[in-house]
Design a protein around this ligand. Structure first.
Ligand code: FSX
Ligand code: SF4
Ligand code: F3S
Length: 375
C-alpha cells in the first residue's frame, strides 16, 4: 500500500523497480494496459517509454459522500501493478483512506503537496458533495466538503471523478436527495473533468485513464457525460455473452430457473444492459473473470446518471433507447433480429469480442514483448 510522499521524484519505472517488480512484470503490465486502453498493439512502446521517462504526477485523492467502494475496487485489482502504479508509483500525496499519516500530519502533507505542485497535480474525487444547509452534511475536520473541494480543485491540472457519486451524485442524490448532493461538475466549472462512473468503476479503467494522461499528456476523448469514450463508448448489451439469447427471444423468467443458469437473457429480470454504457461486458472485472450479468444478476445501470432513481431494480425496462420502442422483451428480440439494428449490434458484439480476445492475448503475451519491443 502507498506510503505518504515516498515517491517524490523519479519515473514510474524507477518506482516500479523500487517496489521489487521485474522488467518482465513491467512489460506485461504495459502490454495489458495498452490493450485495455483500446490502443493499437504498436503503442506498447510509447506507453513504456512514457513510464520510463516521465516523472510521476502527484495525486490528491479526496473522499466525500460515498461508501469507499471505489477505493476498494481500485486496490483489489487482480493485476498487482494496477493499484501499485497509483499508490506507489504515480504516488498518492494525499488520501485520507489509504495514506499512512493521519490528522494534522496528513493535512500538512496535502497542503504542502498542493502548494509545491500547484497547477500540475491530478485531483481524484470519490463521493458526492452535499450543498443543503451550508453543506453541513459532510464535514472533515470542521470544514465542509464544498470548501475542501474548491480548495483542492484550485491547483489541479485535471479532475478525475472516480465513481458514480462524484460523477453524477450517486446514491446520495437519489430522490428525495435529503442533503442536496451534487456531482463535482456542478461546483467546479473551470477545470477539465473526467467522469469515470460505476458504483464502483472497474479498477483497470481508473488506472487506464491516469496512464493515458501520463502517456499522451492530455485527457482522452469524452462523451456527452464526460466519460472516456474508449471505456464508455458501448452498451453492456453490445457485447454481452447472453446477447444471442436476447436476439433469439429467449429470456430467463426467474433467477433460480434452469434458463438463467444456461445463460438466457436477463432482460425480463430487469437488466439495464441495453441502456448502460460501460466496459464490463467487454473487459470483465477482476482481470476478465466475471461481471454482474455473468454472475447471474442483471446490470442495474450503475454507470449511468441517476441510476438509483431508474428503478425499481429487477423489473424489466419498458423503453429501450436506441431501439426506440416500448414493447415486451419478446418483441424486442424479434425486432432486433429483423432490422438494420441487428447488423449494427452484431457488428458491435463481434468488435467487442475481438477486443476481449486481444486483452486476453495481451495478458498472455506480455512476456513475448520482452524480446519484441524496443524499450
Ligand atoms: Fe459511490 Fe465510491 Fe458507489 Fe461507493 O467512493 S460510486 S457509493 S461504490 O464508493 O463513490
Ligand atoms: Fe445481456 Fe442484459 Fe442485454 Fe440480456 S438485456 S443481452 S442480459 S445486457
Ligand atoms: Fe454496473 Fe452494469 Fe457493469 S451494474 S458493474 S454497469 S454490468
Amino acid at each position: 500500500m502507498g506510503t505518504l510522499l515516498k515517491t517524490k521524484n523519479g519515473t514510474y519505472y524507477d518506482h516500479i523497480s523500487e517496489q521489487g517488480y521485474s522488467r518482465r512484470d513491467f512489460v506485461k503490465f504495459a502490454t495489458f494496459m495498452t490493450a485495455f486502453m483500446g490502443l493499437e498493439h504498436s503503442m506498447v512502446g510509447q506507453v513504456m517509454k512514457a513510464m520510463e521517462t516521465k516523472k510521476r504526477i502527484p495525486v490528491i485523492w479526496e473522499h466525500f459522500q460515498e461508501c469507499t467502494g471505489c477505493s476498494e475496487s481500485f486496490i483489489r485489482s487482480d493485476h498487482p501493478l494496477v493499484a501499485d502504479v497509483i499508490l506507489d508509483n504515480i504516488s498518492l500525496d494525499y488520501t485520507d483512506t489509504l495514506m499512512a499519516a493521519a490528522g494534522h500530519n496528513a493535512e500538512e502533507a496535502k497542503q504542502k503537496s498542493m502548494k509545491e505542485n500547484y497547477g500540475n497535480y491530478i485531483l481524484v474525487v470519490e463521493g458526492a458533495i452535499p450543498t443543503k444547509d451550508g453543506g453541513v452534511y459532510c464535514t472533515i475536520a470542521g470544514r465542509t466538503a464544498v470548501e475542501i473541494l474548491k480548495e483542492s480543485a484550485a491547483g489541479a491540472a485535471a479532475i478525475l471523478n472516480f465513481g458514480s457519486c462524484s460523477s453524477f451524485g450517486g446514491v446520495q442524490a437519489a430522490h428525495p436527495n435529503p442533503t442536496g448532493s451534487v456531482p463535482v461538475g456542478d461546483i467546479i466549472k473551470d477545470k477539465p473533468i473526467i467522469n469515470i462512473p460505476g458504483c464502483p468503476p472497474i479498477s483497470e479503467v481508473m488506472t487506464g485513464i491516469v496512464l493515458y494522461y501520463v502517456t499522451f499528456g492530455t485527457i482522452p476523448e469524452l462523451d456527452s457525460f464526460n466519460r472516456p469514450k474508449q471505456f464508455y463508448g458501448k452498451r453492456i448489451h453490445d457485447s454481452c455473452y447472453r446477447r444471442p439469447y436476447f436476439d433469439a427471444g429467449l429470456f430467463a423468467e426467474t433467477f433460480d430457473s434452469e434458463e438463467a443458469k444456461e445463460g438466457h437473457c436477463l432482460y425480463k429480470l430487469g437488466c439495464r444492459g441495453p441502456v448502460t454504457y460501460n466496459a464490463c461486458s467487454t473487459t470483465g472485472w477482476n482481470n476478465g473473470v466475471s461481471f454482474p450479468i455473468k454472475s447471474g444478476y442483471p446490470c442495474i445501470g450503475c454507470s449511468e446518471p441517476g441510476f438509483w432513481d431508474n428503478g425499481p431494480f429487477m423489473e424489466r425496462l419498458t423503453n429501450v433507447n436506441g431501439i426506440g420502442i416500448e414493447a415486451t422483451a419478446d418483441k424486442i428480440g424479434k425486432i432486433v433480429l429483423g432490422t438494420a439494428v441487428a447488423g449494427v449490434a452484431v457488428h458491435a458484439v463481434a468488435t467487442n469480442l475481438t477486443k476481449r480476445k486481444e486483452l486476453k492475448e495481451a495478458n498472455d503475451c506480455g512476456e513475448d514483448n520482452l524480446n519484441n519491443i524496443k524499450s
